[in-house]
Ligand binder design. Structure first.
Ligand code: AMP
Ligand code: MG
Length: 316
């Protein structure tokens, strides 16, 4: 009998060759990163990119992040200025995406960037994806490995379930951070398009500037920041002190009692732990058949800013 989980594969030298072959032949594959699991394909191949948009049911106007191993690889496709280099040196490889200008002769397919003149680039830190990127002759276009507007996957089984076992996924264990990268716009007004584990303060300290706040225009510029996003598929109500027994209650800190319907993001009030648990809880709660989720207040500092951003969008 065929093992139904055979599409979840270990990362070893034999499988590395298999994975490289899949990608070379314009196939797509689920990969671990330090933030969440991604759905990767050759960024220089229209066929691969089309497959990503199709399986995710993603709108064509929502551009994909392009993942590189090194600066010298990225330089072939995008224009990198001093500000970029300053911030890159501090935070990459790591959980941050930079919006930069695309070169005219860039090999990245326009479809991957939603025909924009800019590209979102990232240098992930996860060891598995770095080993793979190092071997490839092309960068990877890679959005989160979930159906559009849903919850990002944080373990191989999540990817397996999202796409009904239709794609192979490399087992890299549980994602270390658990929410998506910070997206920093470096074209025109410098601003954060999506908060993440790297905070506005950290970026301001490196660049020695005050970041611009998001305007309606910049939101349009980052089509992925549509209001409803990161949704577990059932109603989410935020900033609640209590919750009826029949609904799931996501809490934070030790002031909340342990009850059958409560899911504590971090009893120790650790925001990193909370970020790691958020999407895991969303999926578990949905699986257990709860019809609604109430969420207690989460402090809006550090990575808490990103957690609140996702909660707010999930509650739309
Ligand atoms: P995901 O699909 O989960 O990886 O999210 C990618 C995010 O990066 C989305 O919010 C995209 O809109 C954003 N993004 C990617 N490329 C660009 C770009 N060129 N300009 C603005 N936002 C971008
Ligand atoms: Mg996503």
């Amino acid at each position: 009998m065929k093992n139904i989980y055979s599409n979840i594969i270990k990362f070893n030298s034999k499988n590395l060759i298999k994975i490289i072959n899949i990608l070379k032949k314009n196939g797509i594959i689920g990969l671990p990163t330090e933030t969440v699991y991604g759905l990767a394909g050759n960024a220089y191949s229209n066929n691969a990119i089309k497959k990503i948009f199709k399986i995710k049911k993603r709108l064509k106007k929502n551009p994909l992040i392009i993942h590189y191993y090194s600066l010298s690889n990225a330089k072939k496709d995008v224009i990198l200025d001093k500000k970029f280099l300053k911030i890159y040196k501090k935070f990459s490889p790591g959980p941050i995406t930079y919006i930069v200008k695309k070169k005219i002769h860039s090999k990245i397919k326009p479809l991957a960037c939603a025909n924009l003149k800019t590209v979102g680039i990232r240098f992930p830190k996860n060891k598995i994806i770095r080993k793979l990127l190092k071997k490839l002759e092309f960068p990877l276009a890679m959005p989160s490995a979930n159906k559009s507007s849903g919850v990002s996957p944080v373990k191989p089984m999540d990817v397996f379930e999202e796409f009904n076992n239709k794609i192979k996924v490399i087992d890299g264990g549980i994602s270390n951070i658990g929410i998506e990268s910070t997206v920093l716009n470096l074209v025109g007004k410098i601003c954060i398009l999506r908060p993440g584990v790297i905070t506005p303060k950290q970026i301001e300290n490196v660049l020695k500037i005050k970041l611009n706040t998001l305007t309606k225009q910049t939101v349009v510029k980052s089509p992925g920041s549509f209001k409803k996003h990161y949704s577990p598929g059932i109603p989410v109500y935020i900033n609640k002190n209590k919750c009826p027994d029949k609904y799931a209650f996501i809490t934070f800190g030790k002031k909340y009692p342990v009850t059958r319907n409560s899911f504590n993001l971090s009893r120790k009030s650790n925001l990193n732990e909370a970020a790691r648990n958020l999407y895991k809880f969303f999926r578990n709660i949905k699986k257990r058949g709860y019809k609604k989720i109430y969420v207690a207040k989460v402090p809006n500092t550090g990575i808490g800013i990103a957690i609140n951003d996702r909660l707010k969008r999930a509650s739309k």
